[in-house]
Design a protein around this ligand. Sequence first.
Ligand code: NAP
Ligand code: ZN
Length: 350
Amino acid sequence: MINTLAYAATSPTAAFTPFSFVRRDPTPSDVQIEILFCGVCHSDLHTARGEWGGTVFPVVPGHEIVGRVSAVGARAGKFKVGDLVGVGCMVDSCQHCASCAEGLEQYCEEGMVGTYNSPDRHTGGVTYGGYSNIIVVDEKFVLRVSEKLDPAAAAPLLCAGITTWSPLRHWRVGPGHRVGVVGLGGLGHMAIKLAHALGAHVVLFTTSPDKRDDALKLGADEVVISKDAEAMRARTNSLDFILNTVAAPHNLDAFLSLLKRDGVMTLVGAPATPHPSPAVFNLIMKRRSLAGSLIGGIAETQEMLDFCAEHGIVSEIEMIPIQKIDEAYERMLKSDVKYRFVIDMQSLHA
Ligand code: NAP
Ligand code: ZN
């Protein structure tokens, strides 16, 4: 058993506090990882505050993990001690259903095991995530992270990166495409960088006028303030694809009407309460589609990490000690994150 230090929320309204627990000893196919950095996803907040229901307290969030391998199981041949690795949103799946066979473990028919707040197939308890100093994971769910990338800024690729990469690839976004990104937070800023690197023309829709210059620097070709009705109207029927990352309910029709005929808007933002729309006519008159997408499979996560290493793409981060996690959540709720908080796990020992 491995004594592990962490920060946990003990109720939907409690501040985070230090928490210790034990991780399993590595099985023959496991890798033990010393966690260096963990990104802070809005999903951590939704879960810690019980907004989606089903949170088991105490909860240790964190699914944007980068660290170094500190031990490997007898049959784990993928990694050696000292390797820089990542763990994202999943740590297990059934490995034999149709989705797993296609490398889409996030859609496992038996239910994937989330990195936190999921039933743990090994211990029978609940999984604890990356706001901790050590994690033990089956090597199939561990990713290689290039030494070329800054490890702290690479951490958000493990969720924000893959959650935007997977739909961009699935809907074949590339040169000649006009792509809208809605919301400039953790997911949104990765969506801009990745869609730009894939060769698309990127239009960022934001509620925060002060983010305009940043969006252009990140790779957006145009920035539209979504509260500006005239600017929105000017983009009617102009986009092939929209990736909507907004974490709160809002009027989807305002964005659906910007799609060309046969255009697709994919929702990755996951607010706790439903959106008030869409209107059916906004879909049928132009054969538009409204879709959703969940993180990404392990193979495509590795593909994304390798693409980012090749193109020098990482997240824009603000590093925090773990003791500032509650403050970071409050700032995230005010859309005041530029553009991902990352916890320096050394601070656990402070
Ligand atoms: P984030 O950093 O807080 O960014 C969300 C952005 O949405 C904000 O920065 C803001 O951008 C915009 N926004 C927030 N409230 C808004 C409102 N009331 N109206 C309009 N825009 C608003 O969050 P994130 O970490 O990127 O996560 C975004 C969402 O994706 C969360 O719901 C999260 O749980 C979900 N998520 C889903 C998956 C998946 O697999 N589908 C994976 C990870 C996360 P502007 O200031 O530019 O308007
Ligand atoms: Zn996430």
